[in-house]
Write a protein that binds this ligand. Sequence first.
Ligand code: ADP
Ligand code: MG
Length: 713
Amino acid sequence: RSLLRASRFTTPATTVAVVRSFASIEPYSDYGKSVFTGRVADEYLKKHGSSGDILKDPSWTASHSDTVAKAVLDWAVDRGANTYCHWFQPMASSGVRHGQTGQVQNMMMAFNRTTNDIEFDFDGKNLTKGETDGSSYPNGGLRATHTAGGYLAIDTSSPIFLRGDTIFIPSAFVSYYGAALDEKTPLLRSNAALSKHGKRLLAHLGLDIGDQDVISNIGLEQEFFLVPRDQYYRRPDLQMAGRTIIGKDAPRGQEMCDHYMAPPSLSSPALACMQEIQDECWRLGIPLKTRHREVAPNQYEFAPLFGLNTIQVDQNLMVMQIIEEVAVRHGLAALMQEKPFNDVNGSGKHNNWSIGTEDGIMLLHPAKVNKATGNDTAFAVIMSAIIAAVNEHGDLMRMAIASPGNDFRLGACEAPPAIVSTYLGEDITFYLSHFKDGKGEGEYIPKLKTLDLGTHEVLPFEVPAEDRNRTSPFPYGGARFEFRAVGSSQNVSMVNTVLNTIVAEKFAEFSDRVDAGEDIHDIARETLNEHWKVVFNGNNYDEEMQQELTDRGLWRIDSGVEAIATLTAEKNTALFQKMKVLTKEECESRQHILHDHYWGTVDIEAKCLVDMLNQHIIPSVKAAGVGPLSDLEEAVGTLKTAIAEIHAAEDSYKAAQLARVLRLETMIDIRAVCDAAEEVVPANLWTLATYKELMFLDQHTASTPETEPFFDE
Ligand code: ADP
Ligand code: MG
């Protein structure tokens, strides 16, 4: 087999993308064949006198790193790979950036300069550590350019994987002084806090879990748009900023909800594209189980089976990258941004979050946790801690979802989730309110009810007595909470870092109080009474209700920029420090970077708008001889002045505040003028792709892929 296979992915395709039957995948041998865990790791480690079991204890990086490196290399060679990288997640990696991850790819080769022989070369040191400069990344003051060393260390919680000719080693990225420069390190630290204090609480509830950790499982539902690629190239805003900054509504939007869950058309490139995405994920051991059309035209969703949070975050980043890459091969462009189009739904990423023990006791599952602890009210105690955490630190939850794109879904346009409350359902609410009032001691047993349709053919069937609430930002959904306000383009590490940290702190507080002699049930009752106001089962989209929640004093931060600023509020830096998740300096640097990221995003958008005005809209209006020409010309000046003011702002917070006004006020006013022009200019003179062309044109044209699928044999 040749070592260097340069032409592997360049074979020109002659076939049209066709929908395949899933049977084209070999179910047992292909699943997970490109990830070094389970069967694959076991097979290769056995060849080197060890076994897959050693990977379970992270200390293999000290004791067995050379053995693992040999096995990984062996696997790589068998699969035709000759390159490796430490794969990391730079800070504030949300928004529209291909892949959202960092990597420097090195060959696994030794070169003999005398003989010109080359051979494979990869050892334990190569595998477990990397050094990188990475000095061009924003660091928010954590590194000066003259002390810019960055270090990469393997994250043993998330498996190594192989894609194309490269081995990817999931890694943490820190400064020379150990400060977190990435999204992953804080998440790992929050896992440690959750485990430490979760174990303490479980012990107080009657369950000793020994060496096991308390872990968090998550499942990430990923929404996105697929639009025709030729039209995408006719929109500088989509290309540069990921969203349409102008654009008159098409005559049809989502009025009929007819895209929602509609049959994926066999003649549309979208289904073939989604299949290919699933196929690729399949090989990487990513169980992308669910696919469907979402409510906006050309909007889609994938959902995987849930799992350990670090692995899920890594896999979600790969899923987003794969979606973008595979879309190209089908003549499509994938839009991951939160609000690509006005007046139709934006895209979210529901973050389903639960906690449990390593051996599978689900701590948010009432029957299971009560049984495992032998304590009838263990579930009530755990829920009271979470309710308190949400009430006290709703500001941090809001901070964690403050990506620039999410400003259009939350505080500004799709309002409710900017107010942080939690839905428990009538049944649990009833139970917990009795518990908190000291009226009932017993166990919570979820009820079932029978639905009888009154027909002979559809027999009566059982459903949970608890309904679902899709307007709540953080509803309980049976053994998990679902953080529904998360943005589609986000790396959700910070989201989960916050959830873990705020809950760990409450677990710690409960345990400290028990250690000091208080009764755990009294603590839980008192806590529920203090924080009960954050429970809200009603309609979060109802404006009157929003006012009521605001009056109750729940966390409500409409502006993403202000939400970001809560990262350095004293209560929050104290929390992160106490839980050993982030130092004060790390909080400050992150806030700085998030604000830079925010105004940087708006800067790009505003400059796109200037170009679109000068190069497209104004010429179109002039050619047509109709439309608001002078208003458009004035808009160019307004934008340029505003951009200059942002650049001149004294710090990144101020710049972000100015940017937000520019984006949500000035640019929206200018948009109205542009859209009015689009309404009157004849179609043949309008040079930008319209909403109609972007959202409705791909459905019946199968396209020719430019390259062959990326699959390994
Ligand atoms: P829905 O749209 O009703 O919220 P989906 O089935 O589309 O439901 O997605 C639910 C997601 O939640 C999936 O990724 C699923 O694996 C995940 N999930 C289910 N149970 C748990 C749990 N206990 N902990 C974490 N994630 C979960
Ligand atoms: Mg959901």
